[in-house]
Design a protein around this ligand. Structure first.
Ligand SMILES: [Zn+2]
Length: 831
């Protein structure tokens, strides 16, 4: 039977909503959603709750809400509070220790001593230190800790010593390249590092009231202001945006309007192709899209380039546009936001599918196993979403914020708080794991600062409204107009959608309480002082309770949380014929250790019942989803390529929250599940082999050689790559070892070649050897070993029975080599 999945899924989703739940807006069919991203969710709510027109972002008046600062928010729940405690007690001290081991702190000491050598690490080492200081400062604000405060004071003295007389502060340039300040804004991250310093300084001031750090930051910002700006000052802007949003924070912390003006200058001049001038690139050969420098900032039609840069930039643009009201910027933001969330966002709330540019490719390119989805990019999207949520007071933005925080951000750190993901795939063969630290350590402190300041994302206020964006048990102190309002929240969110709120205004006051109805939710209901609100108003995704409030008034909100199946937009090739499981804001995955059968063999029929149950002892207490999956035997899978109706048997399936994967024994994982027998790619003998290599440095991932990911070209940059760099011109090998002897008769290699950006080239030559007793012997073949780019290089040989095979490689003179994939063909049928 020939099924048209796109057709089937669409009909199923539209016709069978109550059973299936509600897929997130942006994952649905774009024709319905291009015009109104949130309309369908609201249309459904309308039956129960809604009356009133829907306005679209871009046509909306600017709400310009004030966030309720994290210092005024108490988090006292069973979900975030333990994680924040782990963050405070484990992750933050651990990252400060790692910064010592990796050299970030020593670099600052050396700069303070006026050293001229000894700098360690990449050019942006200071930024990771600043992010960790920011996290530690937030933590101090909610949990005073004299020892940590002293540690910060000591680091701040190091920075004060390293600051140059004119205010400049960057350990790399002070130690290593003193004559090269501001000579490569595109690649050398000076302004990026400065930005993270300003964010950290503002956080430290907010947390401690001390100006020690803030004074260092303002001296540096004053110096930057003296260098960059309209003529006669210099044109320029950062290759890695971040300083724009940071200068806004510094402006808010100090009230110095100059900082806002510098941010505005960086934003409004971006796209003048400054990097082409800086690098003497002829304009007809310049593609600035990686740095969002290909067109004037006003003219962007879509999200592009490096994902973290793009989303940090858009955060800064949102801040500037919020102040200036610039229509052109607001329209650009609206276009790019919709392109991002409707065509380029993962269900886990992350962005940037490609390892090649750590960023975007083309619309709807959202692969799962090779998903890059850098932790920082998810955080950057959350930050942008938060700023738009404040700008417009529209719940669609807070929906994206929630999705990112509960899924792609939280997956970035292990349960014990000491291991981190840089790359967050949505499917793994079992070879992807968190690491304690990274040579490029941007992600770990980004997670720690986000967790430490989490309360700041939950509430916002205006002159006449109090907004609740995140439902977290605890308390908050807000100001609505001139009225101080204390809020107490009781809930077991995200596991249960019942939320009880008690409002205590300083005195009787009239204002609107606006409760976000999440995009995934329908049939929301609300009661005030135990009386159901029959005709509730929903505006911009918020349920509005506009009334006079008395001390102790009680609101009970019910957001039903059935298990939902979510279909991706049919344009997303990687997810065709697949569904994901979601419950409330939590996206689920299957991990091999919970399944009795190989994950690759499981499929979940659309009619299979799914049940949710709390497992208090699992992964820090989670709700798991269970049901009956189907499985076909391995032989049957293979046959199922030709006979989709092959007989099947049932097997129990268990799904856990995506954020919690890779905290138990290593194994396969996937988010998107087939709804019919999976058409398995024919994996060869390599899939069962153990990989060893003659040499591997830190950034080599030998497991990439048999992960089954076939590249589109040799130049593609996979997340995991087996290579021998920085060895050059030497003889090297990769080895497959099997537990029991296998018969082999052929091999295929897809070579890696990063000409133009790296030092890997096609090998000078290669051959296959097998283990015969204790000796390595070449296989017997009459064929030549081909060496070519962008295709499989295959060789067949006389069958041998062995427990180990070697791919022996002669690296070319002055270059290294790498392998995307090495397949081994069996001896009997060539499979
Ligand atoms: Zn990162």
């Amino acid at each position: 039977m020939n099924m048209d999945w796109t057709h089937l899924l669409r009909n199923w989703l539209w016709q069978d909503r109550p059973q299936t739940g509600w897929p997130p807006d942006h994952l649905l069919h774009p024709k319905r959603f291009e015009a109104a991203p949130r309309m369908a969710a609201l249309a459904l709510l309308a039956c129960v709750l809604f009356s009133g027109p829907i306005a679209f972002a871009g046509e909306q008046p600017l709400a310009k809400l004030r966030p309720v600062p994290f210092t005024e928010v108490k988090i006292q729940d069973s979900f975030w509070a333990p994680r924040r405690e782990t963050n405070r007690l484990a992750s933050i001290p651990f990252s400060l220790q790692k910064l010592e081991e990796a050299g970030n702190l020593e670099d600052m000491r050396l700069a303070g001593r006026g050293a001229t050598n000894g700098f360690r690490g990449p050019v942006f080492m200071d930024s990771d230190l600043y992010k960790a200081l920011e996290a530690a400062s937030y933590s101090l604000a909610t949990h005073p800790d004299p020892a940590l405060e002293k540690q910060l004071d000591d680091i701040i003295s190091l920075m004060a010593a390293a600051q140059q007389p004119d205010g400049y502060l960057n350990s790399y340039f002070t130690i290593k390249e003193p004559g090269k300040r501001w000579t490569n804004l595109r690649d050398w991250h000076e302004l990026y590092c400065a930005g993270h310093m300003f964010e950290a300084a503002a956080a430290h001031y907010q947390a401690t009231g001390k100006k020690t750090f803030l004074n260092i930051a303002t001296r540096y910002a004053d110096y930057i202001d003296s260098v960059f700006g309209p003529a006669p000052k210099r044109l320029g802007y950062p290759g890695h945006p971040e300083i724009e949003l940071a200068l806004i924070k510094l402006w808010r912390a100090t009230g110095n309007q100059r900082y806002f003006e510098v941010a505005r200058f960086f934003v409004e001049n971006r796209g003048r192709k400054f990097f082409a001038t800086e690098h003497q690139t002829p304009l007809d050969k310049y593609d600035g899209s990686y740095w969002q420098d290909d067109v004037p900032i006003y003219d962007h039609q879509n999200i592009k380039g490096h994902a973290v840069r793009a989303a940090y930039l858009m955060s800064g643009v949102t801040e500037v546009a919020s102040q200036t009201g610039d229509e052109r910027l607001l329209k650009m933001l609206d276009r790019v936001w919709r392109n991002t969330t409707e065509r380029n966002e993962y269900i886990t709330g992350g962005i940037g599918p490609s390892a090649h540019n750590e960023g975007f490719t083309v619309d709807y390119d959202l692969p799962n196993q090779s998903a890059y989805q850098e932790t920082c990019a998810t955080i950057a999207l959350a930050q942008w979403a938060h700023r738009l949520a404040l700008l417009y007071g529209d719940a669609q933005y807070a929906d994206v914020l929630e999705r990112a925080l509960y899924n792609g951000m939280l997956s970035g750190v292990s349960q014990d708080g000491t291991k981190f993901f840089y790359v967050n795939p949505l499917e793994s063969a079992g070879t992807h794991h968190r690491s304690p630290w990274f040579g490029c350590a941007c992600c770990p402190p980004n997670v720690t600062r986000t967790l430490a300041a989490l309360g700041g994302y939950a509430y916002a206020a205006s002159a006449d409204s109090l907004y609740v964006n995140l439902y977290i048990q605890g308390a908050a102190q807000a100001k609505v107009g001139d009225t101080a309002v204390a809020l107490k929240v009781t809930t077991d969110y995200p596991w249960d959608g019942k939320v009880a709120l008690t409002l205590t205004p300083a005195s009787r006051a009239k204002f609107a309480l606006r409760l976000r109805v999440p995009g995934w939710c329908h049939n929301a209901s609300v009661a005030v002082n135990r009386r159901a609100v029959k005709v509730a108003i929903v505006e911009r995704g918020y349920l509005v309770l506009d009334r006079e409030w008395n001390r102790g008034d009680q609101v009970e909100l019910d957001l039903p949380m059935p298990v939902q199946r979510v279909a991706a937009d049919p344009h997303v090739k990687a997810d065709q014929g697949l569904l994901a499981i979601q419950r409330g804001p939590i996206v689920y995955c299957l991990e091999q250790c919970d399944q009795a059968e190989p994950l690759a063999s499981l499929w979940l029929p659309v009619e299979a019942e799914l049940k949710a149950a709390r497992e208090p002892r699992l992964l820090g207490s989670v709700v798991t989803i269970t049901g009956q999956a189907r499985i076909a035997s391995e032989q049957k899978w293979r046959r199922s390529l030709y006979q989709p109706a092959a007989p099947v048997s049932r097997v129990a399936l268990k799904a856990i929250p995506y954020y919690a994967w890779d905290n138990r024994q290593p194994g396969a994982m996937k988010v998107w599940l087939p709804v019919s027998p999976p058409l398995l790619p024919a994996r060869g003998l390599e899939a069962q082999a153990k990989v060893t290599v003659s040499f591997a440095n830190d950034n080599c991932q030998p497991q990439g050689i048999n992960d089954g990911l076939e590249p589109a070209s040799s130049g593609e940059q996979p997340a995991a790559l087996c290579h021998w760099w920085p060895h050059k011109g030497t003889g090297e090998w990769a080895q497959y070892t099997w537990k029991t002897p296998v018969q082999v008769s052929g091999a295929r290699v897809y070579w890696f070649d990063d000409s133009g950006r790296g030092e890997c080239r096609l090998p000078a030559s290669w051959r296959i050897e097998y283990l015969d007793g204790r000796d390595w012997k070449p296989v017997t073949t009459t064929e030549a070993y081909p060496v070519a780019k962008d295709k499989w290089c295959a060789v067949r040989f006389a069958p041998v029975k062995t427990t180990a095979l070697r791919l022996v490689v002669q690296l070319p003179p002055n270059f290294a080599a790498g392998v995307h994939e090495w397949k081994v063909d069996g001896g009997d049928d060539g499979q």
